[in-house]
Design a protein around this ligand. Structure first.
Ligand code: PGA
Length: 250
């Protein structure tokens, strides 16, 4: 793993966006795996700025999102479909036909998961996969207990995730308890490069486990140690449990 530690959220966002920009410059029809949550919003803002000011062209880019809630419609303000359009897609020149987000409102969820997995494989996988990390070490909605073999599937959200995400819904009872998520195997075996972003001290424990801990399903992010091309971009708070001088590579 390559670890980059920066002063603050803005710098983390800028570095992430720059890596995506370089990828798109190198290959106009890049395939990006995208994440939701509070973490990537700054990076998406920066990509929008690059589109407007530097004419960064998204017209040939294809995207696959990591996950989506089950039980709320795509039009719900807190759906990840809505999140992606509000925070990124409405502000860049991406072709909506090249945007893939699991649909948690499909009647046959098993089929939706199977089709989503197949679409990723047929597209040739992600050139870059963006990830955040949960305070419990989840990536996507792969909660503790998820394993190396998991593909895209319906998952049960953990108590800590429901609590963390209740800030978006106003009340924990309104947070969907199920979601569709790419699995750990989907991510590891289809991503050429993985960029994980984390900021804030509440992520420090999970970040420490991901980088320094044993590879184990109690901290699903630790399974990223098995991937050959992972860059982790941290602000100093998220990195506070690491020995910054010694942790530049693992
Ligand atoms: P956050 O969520 O960006 O809102 O902190 C990250 C995650 O749960 O993966």
């Amino acid at each position: 793993m390559e670890i980059i530690i920066v002063d603050n959220y803005q710098k983390m966002s800028e570095i992430g966006a720059l890596m995506i920009k370089e990828q798109i410059k190198k290959k106009a029809d890049s395939i990006l795996g995208l994440a939701t949550g509070g973490t990537p919003i700054g990076m998406y803002k920066e990509l929008i700025r690059m589109h407007i000011q530097d004419f960064l062209d998204f017209s040939n880019v294809i995207t696959f999102n990591l996950d989506e809630y089950v039980g709320i419609s795509r039009q719900h303000p807190q759906s990840y479909y809505n999140f992606m359009f509000e925070n990124l897609f409405n502000h860049i020149n991406i072709d909506p036909k090249k945007v893939y987000i699991p649909n948690g409102s499909e009647a046959n969820l098993q089929l939706e998961c199977k089709n989503y997995e197949q679409r990723i494989t047929e597209a040739g996988g992600m050139d870059i996969q963006i990830l955040g990390i949960g305070t419990n070490g989840h990536i996507g909605f792969n909660e503790p207990g998820s394993n190396f073999h998991d593909k895209t599937r319906v998952v049960q959200l953990s108590e800590s995730t429901l609590k963390a995400n209740s800030r978006f819904f106003g009340d924990i009872s309104l947070v969907p308890t199920l979601a569709i998520s790419m699995g750990i195997n989907t991510i590891l075996s289809n991503s050429k490069k993985i960029i994980l972003l984390a900021h804030g001290s509440e992520k420090a424990e999970a970040v420490y486990g991901m980088i320094k801990g044993d590879v184990c399903s109690n901290n699903p992010a630790s399974l990223l140690q098995l991937h050959p091309n992972v860059t982790v971009i941290l602000d100093v708070q998220a990195a506070r449990k690491l020995d910054n001088n010694k942790v530049l590579k693992k």
